[in-house]
Design a protein. Structure first.
Length: 304
């Protein structure tokens, strides 16, 4: 049976970490009643789609992201799947009909320029978001300081641009999801009863050359990381649960205890993640990430 999954490729996506993340959920999460699940940095939504399918006790979900174009995608997939599928089929057929790499590159550049005009209706904007995501280099989403998408052509011959099955499955799951576009702090007002927050913010760079936080023109620097921790404190004080992923600075440099110090009062786990966004294959591979939570007993304890 087909399952819903992320409809776009997203740097830092959590598909390969799902099992490790599930093992770090609250030990009694299956028994929570009428759960509210909130993702303030939804990104590609791998954890969202997994949680909504695995846990029927999640009765209310809220997603948010600062990237307005990404959030428009979620809204279009939710409310207009038929129009989106028709639009994607059209651009897919056009792209497949091109005979040479240069023709495909020229087509890509024209569509990228059109997308960057920033005055498109939601369907066309989402069509081009999907198209660029499937045909740009490495499926990377990156914008410059002006908020313009600037990733080069990826040289793919026949990428799948229209994945109708995934769009329809995702659309069904999103029917009970509230979709927000703004700062992460706007999500606390939606917490009620048994609520779990999962934070997957732009990661703190491990080096000067590893910064892939450009999902939006707004920078997410150390001040923002500290503000996020203070937000987690507010969530904790109000009696809600949270999990938070980020890079493991200490794993790269023993002296860099930024997160270990910042989240010292909470529980910090380290998980292994493969990363494949580096353009140099030899620099791809496994590294640790941290998973912070404000609860001690986790589901993985039952497996020991």
């Amino acid at each position: 049976m087909a399952k819903a999954k992320p409809f776009i490729k997203w740097v830092g996506g959590k598909s390969q970490l799902i099992e490790q993340l599930e093992a770090l959920l609250p030990v009694d999460f299956d028994n929570w009643d009428d759960v509210t699940y909130i993702e303030p940095f939804v990104g590609g939504g791998a954890m969202l789609f997994y949680m909504l399918q695995k846990y029927p006790n999640i009765r209310h979900a809220v997603i948010n992201d600062i990237n307005g174009d990404l959030i428009t995608c979620y809204s279009v997939v939710k409310y207009n799947p038929d129009e989106l599928i028709a639009s994607l089929r059209k651009i897919e057929e056009e792209f497949y009909s091109l005979g040479s790499e240069q023709e495909r590159k020229d087509f890509f550049m024209r569509k990228r320029a059109r997308y960057n005009e920033k005055n498109l209706d939601p369907i066309e904007n989402t069509q081009l978001f999907f198209f660029l995501n499937r045909t740009c280099f490495n499926g990377l989403y990156r914008v410059n300081k002006k908020g313009l998408f600037n990733v080069p052509f990826g040289k793919y011959v026949k990428p799948q641009i229209c994945d109708e099955e995934t769009i329809r499955l995702d659309s069904q799951l999103l029917q009970n999801v509230e979709i927000l576009n703004g700062d992460f702090e706007a999500t606390l007002q939606f917490a009620r009863g048994k609520t779990l927050f999962y934070f997957d913010p732009p990661y703190r760079p491990l080096s000067n050359t590893s910064s892939f936080t450009d999902y939006s023109k707004e920078a997410f620097n150390d001040d923002a990381q500290i503000r996020l921790k203070q937000y987690c404190d507010r969530i904790h004080k109000q009696g809600f649960s949270f999990m938070l992923s980020n890079s493991d600075c200490k794993g790269k440099n023993e002296e860099d205890k930024f997160f270990d110090t910042l989240y010292g009062v909470y529980h910090i786990h380290r998980v292994w993640a493969s990363r494949s966004i580096n353009s140099i294959p030899s620099k791809r591979g496994k590294l640790t990430e941290i998973l912070v939570s404000n609860f001690e007993d986790v589901k993985g304890d039952m497996l020991k």
